[in-house]
Every structure is written in C-alpha cells, then in structure tokens.
Write a protein that binds this ligand. Structure first.
Ligand SMILES: NC(=O)N[C@@H](CC(=O)O)C(=O)O
Ligand SMILES: [Zn+2]
Ligand SMILES: [Zn+2]
Length: 430
C-alpha cells in the first residue's frame, strides 16, 4: 500500500507551478502526475493537499544540534523535531559539540542517536578540520570520511593559520571532500558583540569589522585555487566577501557559499536594544551588506540558504549583549520568513526559493535528495502558503527560544514533513 498526496501545488523542473499528485511507495516517490485528473487511489492511503505546496524536503547544511555536551540548549531529539516542523528532511550538524566531532567514535555516537531519536530526519555530521577545533593539528580525515562525515569544518571558530588551512585543503582535495569554513580572523575581533556601525557607536560597544570575515574568504579562495579543493563559505554576511566569492567563481575556483535568513532580512540598524537575541556570529551588518548578500544569492554568487540554527538557553542569553553567546535558532521560522518577505512580495519566484533550499544544497554537497522525482526517497514537505501566524518562541519545538523574529506575522508554514515515506511531523499531531 502506498500514499497518494492529492491536488498539491507542485513545481515543475523549470520552477513553474502546477497542480498534481504524488504517489509514495516503499519510501520512494513512485509517481508524479500533473493536471487536475484524479488518479485511482484504490488500496492506497490518501493525503489531501489541495492548496498546499508539495516541495522536496528542505535541506539545511548548517545547524547546531548541541549533543553531545550541551543538552540544555538542544538535543538530537529536540533539534530534529524542530527541524521536521520547519520542513527540513536533511540537516548537516556542526562539530562544535563537547567533545567536538573529531573522532570516529563521536561520529558514530551522533549517527546512532540520530537513527534512534532523530524523528526520521536525515542527520549528516560534519567532522572537524582540527583536533579539538584548536587549529593546531589536523584530524584523521580519511577515518572521518570512512565513518560518513559530509565535509570538514571547524565552524564556531575560524582556522587562524593559513598553513593549517592549506594542509587541510590538500588533504580534503585528495579525498574528494569539501572544506567548509567559518571565516573569522580573530586578530580583528577583540571582544566585540555586534558589527561596526550605528548600533555599536550608539551603545558604546566595540564593533566587529567586515574585514574579519572577508580576509579569510580571500585567503581561502587563494588556497582553494592552489589546492583544487571544493571550498564552501559559511554564513556570508558582507559585501566584501561577496565580491571575493564572485571573483573566485569567475576565475574558475571551486568555491560555493551559503547565507542565513537573518542576514537577508535584518541589518544592525534593526537591533532594538541590548537584547542578546539579536547577537549572532557573523553579526547583523549594514544595510549595504544586506543588499549585497541578497543580490549575490539572486545572481548565484551565493548558492544556498542555511539556517545556522544555533540554540542557546534563556539563562545564557540573559547575560546580555556583551556576555551572552552568539547565535539564534532558525529551523521553525526560516521558510515562513523567506516566503513572506521575498516570495509573497513578488521579489522572488517560489521556484527560486525552493531551489536554494532543496536541489541546490543537494547539488553543492552531492546529496541524492532535494528533488521531486520518481525513484528518489520520498522526502517531502507540505506547506500552507495562506494562513498567517505570528512567530511565538514559547511554542517552538526547539529547546531554545533565542530568536529576533518574535511577533513577526508570517505565511508559508510547513504542515507536514515526510522522510523516506514516513511522516516525521504533522501540524495535527504536534
Ligand atoms: N552562529 C553563531 O552565532 N553561533 C554558532 C557558531 C557559529 O556558527 O559560528 C554556535 O555554535 O552557537
Ligand atoms: Zn560559524
Ligand atoms: Zn554555525
């Protein structure tokens, strides 16, 4: 017995919207039929999807699940539940846990927990570039690759030594694996909680300069050119980084990049006060930077959208702007934010947004999922594009509530998430 998802709004290969039906059998997509004509559903379950978007499941290549070590912020169980509610069927988790993901043992621990407690969501662990993320000694790339890591990164900190980064890239290139970089030169960021700009000036805070990010981007593009590695830039937030990535692509360097919803939607001028729910790394930048990252996403300089879901507890965030940790949660607001602010306003097509959250990340990281096609795993997300709801952090399924988007009125809420033909989350059984 299979499941027919009937009368949904589908996007065809060119991103055009049509009405159609999807048959799921044995965990795979068994048929996709366009048009109003109803298929024979005898002997199958039926999910009525009239008026709902039926999208390939969203893919988030940059998330923090916090387990092991920081279970008060998030666990694999709570993080995957939050992800599934946000419409994500595949997520790639960053290695800045405790211990960090720098051994096969820790990779296996995460894979095992994801299998047993992961709500069906596909969890792809990253492996560290350096032991303990200290930037001194490379991890065993080959062993980590064999254990199944998706790529190497020290996200949470930048790799400060150029030689270390070059060695990492050489090794990764030999193994055909990407290097994923949190770009931050620490000598240019000394104890600053927000970016340089009007908010920092007004509140007497030190500011993080744009160059602290862009210097690493430029350095690493040169090293990627020299080593031939696939180099992927995390959470791009500055005009200068965009310029360098654009040039890198023009000259044929294998460079890809990601951007987060908050860097597309907020600038440092929007920070309402000394509230640490507006503190994240990279920080909110100037309006000019926001315009630059939007344009870069639109023209393909930036390839994909990720959340950088970075949960922290209320106690930690209550320490205030200067002392609280950097990071905001993202799973449960990402699609509604981008749909409401960019698609419903007519700036982007629905197909464009979906592509940057599904098939593009799959293409960049060589994943099988991300497409609604016969034979693929039935990883699907149904979205209600009409109902408007307010962002209510108290209702998040994440353990943490650190978001700057409280009270935003949004449309585009996922209502059902399916992974491999199994329902990972539905609005009705929340
Ligand atoms: N983005 C953040 O502000 N914080 C991340 C670390 C990171 O992504 O660099 C975290 O782990 O909390
Ligand atoms: Zn980072
Ligand atoms: Zn991160």
């Amino acid at each position: 017995m299979g499941i027919w998802i009937l009368n949904g709004k589908l996007l065809d290969a060119s991103g055009k919207e049509t009405t159609g039906h999807v048959l799921v059998e044995n965990g795979k997509i068994a048929a996709v039929t366009a048009g109003q004509e109803q298929p024979d559903t005898t002997g199958h379950e039926v999910i009525e999807a009239a008026g709902k978007l039926v999208s390939p499941g969203f893919i988030d290549m940059h998330v923090h699940l916090r387990e092991p070590g920081f279970e008060h912020k998030e666990t694999i169980a709570s993080g995957t539940r939050s992800a599934a509610r946000g419409g994500y069927t595949t997520i790639a988790c960053m290695p800045n846990t405790k211990p960090v993901i720098d051994t096969v043992e820790t990779v296996k621990l995460i894979q095992g927990k994801a299998e047993n407690e992961g709500n069906g969501v596909k969890v792809l662990p990253y492996g560290c570039i350096s032991r303990n993320q200290l930037g001194r000694e490379l991890t065993d790339f080959e062993a980590l690759k064999d254990a199944g890591v998706v790529a190497f990164t020290d996200d949470g900190v930048g790799v400060q030594s150029a030689q270390m980064m070059k060695d990492a890239m050489k090794r990764a290139a030999e193994l055909g694996m990407p290097i994923v970089a949190h770009c931050e030169d620490e000598t240019l960021v000394v104890g600053a909680p927000v970016s340089e700009g009007t908010f920092a000036d007004k509140n007497g805070l030190k500011g993080i300069p744009n160059e602290s990010e862009a210097i690493h981007v430029g350095r690493d593009i040169l090293l990627a050119e020299a080593t031939g590695v696939h180099y992927h830039v995390c959470h791009v937030s500055t005009e200068q980084s965009v310029r360098l990535i654009r040039l890198g692509k023009q000259i044929g360097v294998k460079v890809t990049a990601e951007v987060c919803p908050h860097h597309l939607l907020l600038s440092e001028e929007d920070i309402p006060g000394m509230d640490a729910n507006w503190k994240m790394n990279p920080p909110l930048r100037s309006k000019r930077d926001v315009e630059a990252v939007i344009e870069a996403l639109e023209d393909g300089t930036i390839d994909i959208i990720v959340t950088d879901h970075a949960p922290h507890s209320e106690e930690e965030k209550a320490k205030g702007m200067q002392l609280a940790p950097f990071g905001i949660v993202g799973f449960e607001t990402a699609f509604p934010l981008l749909y409401t602010k960019f698609v419903a306003t007519g700036k982007w097509s629905l197909g464009f947004l979906i592509e940057r959250m599904t098939s593009k990340p799959a293409e960049v990281f060589g994943l099988e999922s991300g497409r609604l096609q016969v034979g693929s795993d039935a990883d699907l997300t149904l979205v209600d594009l009409e109902t408007e709801k307010e962002v209510d952090p108290a209702a998040f399924l994440s353990k943490s509530r650190n978001t700057p988007f409280t009270g935003w009125k949004l449309k585009g809420w996922p209502v059902l998430t399916m992974v491999g033909g199994k329902i990972a989350w539905t609005e009705t059984n929340e």
